[in-house]
Design a protein around this ligand. Structure first.
Ligand code: HCA
Ligand code: CU
Length: 432
């Protein structure tokens, strides 16, 4: 597939190169104020999304998906265009096995993976269920080695060899990930990655299981791993401290090739990288490429569907689809937006099938904004009337919260008043 690297992988100091390049872009930007995005597109085109709503997302506290829900979500994710869909292990329950089987049989465009422990039983069940690949994980931090499985690195490598050989001999894609990578001993994880790379895994996985990483820590670890393996690199970021999208983006800049996401960022605790947030980040780098890779106009439908299934609403500040994502309020912003939306928008809402909203009804409004609203309503008002009513709006908004409907009523009343007793008539419009 187009997004997979076919030649030798980039190794070495990608991040150093990127940092010095980004400095030169920053200085170039100073000479060209209209250039709003960096130009590092070539490094950020060859990636795949591994959506884990049906695995990590199932670990979200209020998530409960029926088998039909799972099939519906898988179909929608595939239509959206994610390259991979990760499912709960078939070893979890009888129905979990059947769910893997039935989703694998849907013939979706996305490849189907299941997330399994480094155990032969799990991998055998996965192969039997007919999925395209296994996302194997194993705890490598001292916490997990002591308090979870209690095994040392050599034991992990012996198990890994068995599992990888079995999966590869059944033509199943394999990823091997070290859980809690950032709190694991660096030499241990690099040793494991290099060894599983030699065993023939398709990808190694780096997991920020507890959301402790920052972009600079991600840059450091991903660059190190990039220098130690030839295979692809998957990155899984938890959002405990709000860095999941930024960390995933940095991982890509430094040589990762696959990014784990969930719809609305659901998952264990407060979840992982959100699918919508991540694609909006990628859109800022290359809108056309992102639009060609993913069906961005489906995002709101997909998010609303999953939100309803897990009993939450889309947060007001969600990237792209949050109620305030494209709402402009300050008069200075509105004036500029009305002339060119790019002044205050890095994403074009229509590319995502959502609409811009302008909030005219506050003391921050300006007469340009009010004039634009009057003209949207088809009203003929003079500049003097607009300036006058803008003052009235501001004074009223100092005393009480106004709605757009209040402002509309004032403007309509003003247009009908033929200039007589203007103040009284517009105030009456609100009080009614
Ligand atoms: C889990 C752990 C995991 C695994 C990630 C991975 C994590 O919940 O089972 O397989 O890369 O965050 O470490 O989600
Ligand atoms: Cu996780």
């Amino acid at each position: 597939m187009a997004y997979l690297f076919t030649g030798p992988r980039r190794v070495g100091r990608d991040c150093d190169r990127l940092r010095s390049r980004s400095r030169s872009y920053a200085s170039r930007r100073r000479h060209n104020p209209l250039s709003t995005v960096n130009k590092r597109t070539s490094n950020l085109r060859n990636y795949a999304i591994v959506d884990s709503t049906l695995r990590e997302g199932e670990q979200f506290s209020s998530a409960y998906f029926t088998s039909q829900d799972r099939r519906d979500i898988a179909k929608m994710l595939s239509q959206f265009g994610v390259e991979y869909i990760e499912l709960t292990t078939p070893a979890a329950s009888v129905q979990a096995f059947k769910d893997c089987e039935s989703i694998a049989r849907l013939g979706l465009r996305s490849k189907i993976l299941t997330h399994v422990r480094c155990h032969m039983d799990d991998v055998k069940a996965a192969v039997q269920s007919g999925v395209n690949g296994v996302n194997v994980f194993c705890g490598t931090s001292e916490y997990l080695r002591k308090f979870s499985h209690g095994k040392d690195i050599n034991y992990i490598l012996d198990k890994a060899l068995e599992v990888v050989q079995y999966a590869k001999s059944h033509n199943v894609e394999v990823r091997f990930s070290t859980e809690d990578s950032f709190r694991s001993n660096l030499d241990d994880v690099l040793k494991i990655y290099a060894a599983v790379d030699r065993m023939g895994v398709d990808r190694v996985g780096i997991a920020d299981t507890v959301g402790v990483a920052s972009p600079s820590l991600v840059a450091e670890l991903v660059s190190q791993v990039r220098a130690h393996v030839n295979c692809d690199i998957e990155f899984h970021a938890h959002n405990d401290t709000g860095c999941a999208i930024a960390n995933s983006f940095t991982a890509l800049e430094c040589g990762a090739t696959h990014i784990d996401t969930c719809v609305l960022g659901i998952g264990e605790r407060n979840g992982i990288t959100s699918l919508g947030g991540f694609v909006s980040r990628m859109y800022t780098v290359d809108p056309e490429h992102t639009k060609s890779k993913y069906n961005l106009k489906m995002l709101a439908e997909l998010e609303n569907f999953v939100a309803a299934k897990v009993g939450v609403t889309v947060p007001f500040n969600n990237c792209v689809t949050g109620s305030s994502a494209f709402t402009h309020k300050a008069g200075v912003h509105i004036k500029a937006i009305l002339q060119n939306p790019q002044c205050y928008e890095v994403l074009n809402p229509s590319d995502f099938g959502v609409e811009r909203t302008i909030n005219f009804a506050s003391r921050l409004t300006g007469w340009n904004a009010v004039a634009a609203r009057a003209s949207q309503l088809g009203l003929q008002l003079t500049e003097q009337q607009i300036k006058h009513v803008t003052n009235i709006i501001k004074n009223m908004a100092d005393q009480q919260q106004l709605t757009s409907a209040d402002v509309d009523a004032m403007l309509i009343r003003l247009a009908q008043s033929n200039g007589e007793n203007t103040v009284a008539s517009v105030l009456e419009a609100v009080n009614n």
